[in-house]
Write a protein that binds this ligand. Structure first.
Ligand code: AMP
Ligand code: MN
Ligand code: MN
Ligand code: MN
Length: 281
């Protein structure tokens, strides 16, 4: 079965609408999909309706930003009820905080002689979208302030750079608890992508994630190397995590694989797929 359990629409920082994303997923012959926008489930209803017409098993999802040991860690929630009140309040709070952060980022750009960035970033984020640093980066590129997208992060937006504003993301325990309260599974996203200098830090993250109740890790991710995929497969076996898989698709012009084109899960480790299929197919 072709499965993709990590994808973005323009409800966060993806480029396709939820409906256009599902249509691409269908062309890619993916049979089970999850929509996992950053800190919002506002695209889920539209995507689910279109997936139902297309005969694709649809898993409602979200990718929650958290902070652990000073690093931003992404946790994917799969199969949650988007109408759960506690979850809705939590996500709405993060989206408000993202807007406030956007204003603070824009002040910093004003100070260094780059005006109009809040309006610019907001025009790229649709109104219901979660405002992201990626919208600022795309605006800077469109306006010619940087020659390449990556330069926007390296010069202005990444940690320690002049226009970075730190958010108070929740702890991993809080995010996992909320995902569970809303009936979902908690999945550690792209474990290979975090900026740890030492391997033991990643291992400590796996252990803390497990202790906090996390059920699964991404063993195949379009946003980590094949070597990290293999390391995650071994870790899943060693620590008793279920395996998950996703392209982390954002746009057709991106460097990530298209929906469903990430590496295939090894069939000798238990995965979230069977569990989700029994609930959603
Ligand atoms: P935000 O959640 O608004 O803080 O934005 C985080 C997103 O920005 C991540 O999901 C990445 O897509 C992107 N990003 C963060 N750091 C970098 C970086 N150093 N280089 C390129 N993109 C980055
Ligand atoms: Mn993103
Ligand atoms: Mn992520
Ligand atoms: Mn993602």
């Amino acid at each position: 079965m072709r499965v993709d359990l990590h994808m973005h629409s323009d409800a966060s920082d993806g480029s396709l609408s939820p409906v256009d994303l599902v249509e691409l997923v269908q062309r890619q012959r993916v049979e089970m999909m999850a929509l996992t926008d950053h800190d919002t489930m506002s695209g889920v209803a539209q995507a689910r309706a279109r997936a139902r017409e297309a005969g694709i098993v649809f898993i409602p999802g979200v990718e929650i930003s958290t902070r652990w040991a000073g690093v931003v860690i992404h946790i994917v929630g799969l199969g949650l009820n988007e109408e759960h009140e506690g979850l809705q309040q939590f996500l709405a709070g993060i989206c408000r905080q993202r807007e406030t952060r956007g204003l603070l980022i824009a002040e910093k750009f004003d100070e260094i002689g780059i005006p109009g960035s809040y309006e610019g970033a907001m025009s790229l984020a649709k109104q219901q979208a979660t405002l992201s640093r990626t919208h600022f980066a795309r605006w800077l590129l469109a306006k010619g302030y940087v020659r390449q997208y990556q330069e926007a992060f390296d010069k202005y937006l990444k940690d320690g750079k002049p226009c970075c504003v730190t958010m108070s993301w929740p702890r991993i325990e809080e995010a996992i608890q909320l995902i569970h309260d809303a009936g979902g599974l908690a999945v550690l996203a792209h474990p290979g992508r975090y900026p740890f200098r030492n391997d033991w830090k990643l291992d400590q993250l796996f252990i803390d994630f497990k202790e906090a109740g996390g059920e699964a890790i991404e063993v195949c991710s379009g946003s980590q190397s094949e070597e990290h995929n293999r390391y995650c497969a071994r870790t899943a076996g060693r620590l008793g995590f279920l395996a998950s898989t996703g392209s982390d698709f954002h746009s057709e012009s991106g460097v990530r694989p298209l929906p469903g084109d990430q590496a295939t899960l090894p069939d000798d480790i238990p995965s979230v797929v069977q569990l989700l299929r029994s609930r959603f197919a």
